[in-house]
Ligand binder design. Structure first.
Ligand SMILES: Nc1ncnc2c1ncn2[C@@H]1O[C@H](COP(=O)(O)OP(=O)(O)OP(=O)(O)O)[C@@H](O)[C@H]1O
Ligand SMILES: [Mg+2]
Length: 163
C-alpha cells in the first residue's frame, strides 16, 4: 500500500462507524467511510477523497473533491446527518475509466429530495455544479438519499468502466 493509501486508511480508522476500505472487485477499488455530523467533517471527506484518488490526474481528483464537498455539505445542511449524533457515509470508487463519489445521508422529516435548481441565483448551485463535473445520480434510501457523481477520466472510454 502506498503512502497516500496508508494515509486514507488511517483517516478511515479515525472515522466513526463501520468501515470497509481497500475493497477490490475486479478492477474496481473502493473505500468507504462514515463521517460525523459536524460541518468540519466535510473537509475530512474532501481529504479522504483526495487520498483515495491520489494516483489519478489532478483534474479528476479536484473535480471529485468538489463533488464530495457539495454532496457532504448538503447532507450536513439538509438532513439528520447534520444533527448532533448524525452521520453520513462517503464511498469513493476508482477504476481505469472513472472515479465515483457517493454520499449517503439520513434524510429529513419532510422527505425532501436533492433537486437541481435552475434559478440562476448565487445559491442553489451545488448540485448543478456537480452535474457539470460528472453524472449525477440520486437514489432514495429507506432513511434519506444516496447521491453520487461519476467522473470519467480524461481519454477513457466510458464503456471501459462498466464491465
Ligand atoms: N441530501 C439532501 N437531502 C435533502 N434535500 C437536499 C439534499 N441536497 C440538496 N437538497 C435540496 O436540494 C436543493 C438544491 O441543492 P444545491 O446543493 O444545488 O443548492 P443549495 O445547497 O441550496 O445551495 P449551494 O449548494 O449553492 O450552497 C437544496 O436547496 C435542498 O432543498
Ligand atoms: Mg448545496
Amino acid at each position: 500500500m502506498n503512502t497516500r493509501l496508508q494515509h486514507a486508511a488511517q483517516l478511515v480508522q479515525a472515522c466513526n462507524g463501520p468501515v470497509q476500505h481497500g475493497r477490490v472487485q475486479g478492477r474496481i477499488q473502493q473505500y468507504e467511510c462514515a463521517f460525523d455530523w459536524r460541518p468540519e467533517s466535510v473537509a475530512l471527506a474532501r481529504r479522504f477523497t483526495r487520498d483515495v484518488l491520489a494516483e489519478l490526474p489532478d483534474e479528476t481528483v479536484g473535480d471529485a473533491q468538489t463533488c464530495v464537498s457539495e454532496l457532504a455539505g448538503n447532507a450536513v445542511r439538509y438532513t439528520h446527518s447534520g444533527q448532533p449524533g448524525g452521520s453520513y457515509r462517503v464511498r469513493v470508487e476508482r477504476t481505469d475509466a472513472y472515479a465515483l463519489v457517493e454520499v449517503t445521508d439520513q434524510g429529513n422529516d419532510h422527505g425532501q429530495a436533492p433537486e437541481i435548481q435552475l434559478g440562476g441565483t448565487e445559491s442553489g448551485r451545488g448540485l448543478w455544479i456537480v452535474a457539470q463535473l460528472g453524472d449525477l445520480t440520486t437514489i432514495a434510501t429507506p432513511d434519506g438519499h444516496r447521491v453520487s457523481a461519476r467522473i470519467n477520466l480524461p481519454n477513457a472510454h466510458p464503456a471501459d468502466g462498466s464491465g
